[in-house]
Write a protein that binds this ligand. Structure first.
Ligand code: PMP
Length: 465
């Protein structure tokens, strides 16, 4: 046979095999739906990590037998599992997105347009805005003509200022090459996940969690593995539960302390246990530390743990009241930072030049940050005291902006409906617990409002319960 004919025959065979794979995937999905019907009749949950583990082992064996790269086989398996879960969720209505914080905010804004006065306890945006010096530095930078594109990783002077600031704070040695200046904390997280997680790779998210982690992982075709924590255990992740979920596809663990929504900060020994666990298994930790300046007890950054593969994300939004400036940063090894910077370059070139100059000034405003933190701490303690009087249990936050009380012990309670009714009947907007994971009995109250509004909002919540 001539080479040309052989090539054609091989291509034909590849096409047939590809079609056969698609046919088998279709068959697999219809079996998954049948399994789901049975599970539903037996009141079993959709996700069963034990069954997945067994399947994973059989794929590893099959990869060996048929000479397929194991990592590829596992990635493919995760994509198949994800697709089956999606199909099962759609058929049970679980796929319907729960009401989010932004949904609540949009509804509240609509009511305000209709002339109603809403108390906003849903949004995590400081009401105090940036320090005067930052506002002045922004205007000065524009006047001086700093209105251009910059290096995607940020202007060298800002990268150095950030490196110096964290080095001094944590007694470590970070260089500017380990810093990327990114368009906000949110985008820093997206860029960090995109640069470390492969398609079908698994990322562990500790619940309750800021919903953007899951959205980012899913957007890039990664697999979310949720680890629940609970109020009764002081929102502490259990290393044993975590270790049962680790496998060859686990690439990332995402942590966020001080935590949104619970306010938890891990004790040093618990942080060390978590970091040792990840380091032993060569898993990267992505540590979202945007609330680190609002820690009311000693806070340990991931940067203090040198042996661990990590990315630390932070932002100017919360520390300096600069939410609308859209500037954050990531700190990691120089190679990871190059990858993250490439994503910044690809998506938005760079953070605007004058904003970067404003950020340099912000880093000097240490007294303002302390003032903001003590203001938020006072408000949080006010909220907690009032909740206690209302007989609602909550973890007394170690940091961040929020209180996450349990507002009902009823099994069928629906915090989403509660939040919507509260908004409609009492003009108070809160974030329902389900926006942060499987927490239908909780709501999140943001302490980013003056005390009189916080108290009035709580009074109306009490009236609804
Ligand atoms: N991480 C957490 C935990 C947050 O709550 C937020 C904002 N709500 C961010 C990151 C992102 O903040 P920004 O994009 O404004 O820097």
């Amino acid at each position: 046979m001539s080479s040309e004919l052989e090539l054609e025959a091989l291509r034909k065979e590849v096409k047939e095999i590809t079609n056969e794979i698609i046919r088998l995937i279709g068959l697999r999905l219809s079996l998954a739906k049948k399994i789901n019907e049975i599970k539903r009749s037996m009141s079993l949950p959709i996700i069963d990590y034990k069954v997945e583990k067994d399947l994973r082992n059989s794929v590893i064996n099959a990869c060996k037998k048929y000479n397929v790269d194991e990592r590829f086989g596992l990635r493919l398996l995760n994509l198949l599992i994800d697709e089956a879960i999606k199909a099962q969720k759609i058929s049970t209505n679980e796929g319907k997105k729960s009401i989010s914080v932004v949904d609540m905010f949009v509804l509240a804004k609509r009511m305000e347009k209709e002339g109603k006065k809403v108390i906003h306890l849903e949004i995590g945006e400081p009401d105090f805005g940036p320090p005067q010096k930052v506002k002045r530095a922004t205007c000065d930078a524009i006047s001086k003509g700093y209105t251009h594109y910059t290096e995607p990783s940020g202007i060298p002077s800002l990268r150095e200022s950030i490196a110096d600031s964290v080095s001094e704070r944590y007694g470590i040695d970070v260089s500017h090459e380990q810093v990327a200046v990114i368009s906000g904390g949110r985008f820093s997280i997206y860029a960090s996940i995109l640069s470390t997680l492969s398609q079908g790779g698994e990322a562990i998210v500790i619940q309750p969690a800021w919903p953007a982690y899951i959205d980012c992982i899913e957007a890039i075709g990664g697999r979310v593995i949720n680890v629940k924590t609970n109020l009764e255990n002081g929102w502490k992740p259990d290393i044993e539960s975590l270790s049962n979920l680790i496998n060859d596809s686990t690439e990332l663990i995402i942590i966020n302390y001080p935590n949104n929504p619970t306010g938890k900060v891990l004790e040093k020994r618990d942080m060390k246990a978590l970091v040792d666990f990840a380091t032993d298994r060569n898993i990267t930790i992505l540590s979202d530390e945007v609330y680190s300046d609002y820690s009311f007890k000693p806070f340990d950054s991931i940067l203090e743990f040198h042996d661990c593969k990590s990315i630390c994300v932070s932002s100017f939004s919360k520390s300096y009241g600069m939410t609308g400036f859209r500037i954050g940063y990531a700190i990691s090894d120089a190679e990871t930072i190059r990858k993250i910077s490439r994503i910044q370059a690809l998506a938005s070139t760079s953070v605007p030049e004058f904003i970067q100059y404003a950020a340099i000034e912000a880093l000097k405003c240490k007294e303002d940050v302390k003032r903001y933190a003590s203001l938020v701490r006072k408000r949080i303690s006010l909220v907690c005291n009032r909740l206690k009087k209302m007989n609602l249990s909550c973890y007394e936050p170690d940091g961040a902006f929020y209180v996450f009380p349990k507002v009902s012990n009823d099994r069928g309670f629906d915090a989403g409906k509660f939040a919507l009714d509260l908004l409609k009947d009492k003009n108070v907007c809160v974030a329902p617990g389900i926006a942060f994971g499987d927490y239908p009995n909780f709501i999140r109250i943001s302490a980013c409002q003056p005390e009189n509004l916080l108290l009035e909002g709580l009074k109306r919540i009490g009236e609804m319960l």
